[in-house]
Design a protein around this ligand. Structure first.
Ligand SMILES: [Zn+2]
Length: 210
């Protein structure tokens, strides 16, 4: 477990509930009950690595949902992580896979201990079969709405279009908004209205099922 990530007697139950809720949301899609599902859960998951809990994350909720969809017959899944911190755990989990495109927009928040050095640079693009299937978009503090939309339009959308996934999973950490404790980007919270819009647009272009 990474230094700075703490457990109490109820943490494991909470982690199981969060992971189960996320899997349940994915199950609703897989069973054709809906096209979009949202899992609002704590603890979060995107820092949890295959062999290490990290950054208050014990189980990688997103990673489990992605694997569930792959095991259920989906061929290619795109993960778009808009949390202000790097989605290192999710990236590591699929770093050698060409079936999962992991994209993370994040700030360079620095190391939070020896077990979590700053990573998420632009040259970390995957390894082996996964080479070219990890896209990191580090953004400077004060990026603002226009900068963020530019990154989405010029980098994220074309990468997803080129990948042609049959499933998209959005990791919606909302700590990149201007009202967050981590308000380094100075992004207006109302930009979140546009992010799903852009992805729904993309879903239509790609004729995605989900
Ligand atoms: Zn975060």
């Amino acid at each position: 477990m990474c230094a700075g990530t703490f457990l109490n007697t109820r943490s494991w139950d909470s982690a199981l509930l969060a992971a189960g809720t996320t899997l349940s949301a994915m199950k609703h899609i897989l069973e054709g009950l809906c096209k979009t599902a949202y899992a609002l859960v704590r603890p979060p998951g995107h820092h949890a690595q295959p062999f290490q809990a990290d950054g208050y994350c014990f189980l990688n909720n997103t990673g489990l949902a992605v694997q569930f969809s792959l095991d259920s017959g989906f061929e290619k899944v795109a993960v778009i992580d808009i949390d202000v911190h790097y989605g290192n755990g999710t990236a590591e989990g699929f770093y050698r896979s060409d079936r999962v495109l992991t994209i993370s927009l994040h700030m360079n928040h620095g190391s939070w201990g020896p077990s979590h050095p700053q990573s998420g640079a632009v040259d970390e693009i995957g390894e082996g079969e996964g080479f070219g299937y990890n896209l990191n978009v580090p953004l400077p503090n004060g990026t603002g709405d226009r900068g963020y939309e530019y990154a989405m339009t010029e980098l994220v959308v074309p990468a997803v279009q080129k990948f042609e996934p049959d499933m998209m999973v959005l990791v919606v950490g909302q700590d990149s908004s201007a009202v967050s404790f981590f308000a380094y980007y100075l992004i207006n919270i109302f930009i979140w209205e546009h992010v799903p819009d852009r992805l729904i647009e993309l879903r239509t272009i790609l004729q995605l099922r989900n």
